[in-house]
Design a protein around this ligand. Structure first.
Ligand SMILES: O=c1ccn([C@@H]2O[C@H](COP(=O)(O)O)[C@@H](O)[C@H]2O)c(=O)[nH]1
Length: 279
């Protein structure tokens, strides 16, 4: 069985280092001339999947925008996940799950067990009940070739007061998370399956990402103000592991399929240039 890290490494080599977020904001539905209802949601996500599904390495549907419409919205999320995986894209569901271990085990079954209707390649997770509480997710992901991306240094300004607080051991909370994920990825080749979320907006924070040996998802590009040119400041010598993530910046170009493709190609080219130059 191939690991998620191996599959991600190949997807990025074939399609380029880009994650496109699928965030059907009410404002975007209106901009696309769609109603803010289940039919509008379905038209929106089908358009994105048909325009970009065969060329973007990773899609990151934001669960909240589907949950907003109840069970019919979740059914659309489920079919979108299938549609994207059928055309060879990897799906990273952004649901930021986290809880006590026994409940985390249920989240692991829901999203990381291939027998589940909601099975995805990888899931975002929140470590604030302790990184150890996420163990059932890590175990299920490892057993089935899946991945988990754990929040470390998020792109929103409110994250810093918690994530950069110093623990009794002298490390920041974020560094503790980084170090625990680094342990899980030790020795993995070509890339570990356990990633971190590090916002592109945060500037230079002095955190040590050098031992992560796993993917570094970088949201905050585009609509939140960061650009590809900010990536070297945030990630320093660890740029090769960065997976840049854009949602609204690409989705704003729709609903025209060619315009969506052009927007994705533009941000991918910006990122490729910066990531390849290493600075
Ligand atoms: O630190 C984080 C973690 C997750 N996100 C999510 O990414 C997208 C960003 O959307 P944009 O339109 O590109 O701003 C969204 O789903 C967030 O929930 C994040 O922004 N920052």
């Amino acid at each position: 069985m191939e690991t998620f890290g191996t599959r991600l490494h190949r997807a990025v080599a074939e399609r380029g280092p880009l994650c496109v977020g699928i965030d059907p904001h009410p404002g975007l539905l209106a901009r696309w001339g769609l109603e803010d209802d289940v039919d509008g949601l379905e038209r929106f996500v089908r358009t994105v999947a048909e325009a970009l599904g065969d060329r973007v390495a990773v899609f990151k549907p934001q669960s909240a925008f589907f949950e907003r419409f109840g069970s019919r919205g979740v059914a659309i999320l489920e079919s979108t996940i299938r549609q994207l995986r059928d055309v060879g894209a990897l799906v990273l569901l952004d649901a930021k799950r986290g809880d006590i271990g026994s409940t985390v085990a249920a989240y692991a079954s829901a999203y990381l067990d291939p027998s589940s209707p909601m099975y995805v390649d990888a899931l975002t997770a929140s470590p604030y009940l302790g990184v150890g509480s996420l163990a059932p997710m890590f175990e299920t992901a490892a057993a089935h070739g899946g991945g988990v991306f754990v929040l470390a240094l998020t792109s929103n300004p409110e994250g810093a007061e918690v994530q950069r607080a110093v623990t009794s051991g002298g490390r920041t909370v974020a560094q503790l998370v980084i170090d625990e994920i680094s342990q899980l990825n030790r020795g993995a080749e070509p890339l570990g399956s356990f990633g971190l979320v590090v916002g592109a907006t945060i500037g230079a924070t002095g955190h040590d990402l050098s031992r992560v040996n796993g993917p570094l998802l970088a949201p905050g590009l585009g609509a939140q103000g960061a650009t590809a040119a900010d990536l070297p400041t945030v990630f320093g010598p660890n740029l090769s592991a960065v997976l840049p993530s854009y949602s609204r910046e690409v989705l704003n170009a729709g609903p025209d399929a060619d315009a969506l493709r052009a927007a994705a190609a533009r941000v991918a080219a910006d990122c490729r240039r910066i990531l390849a130059s290493g600075h």
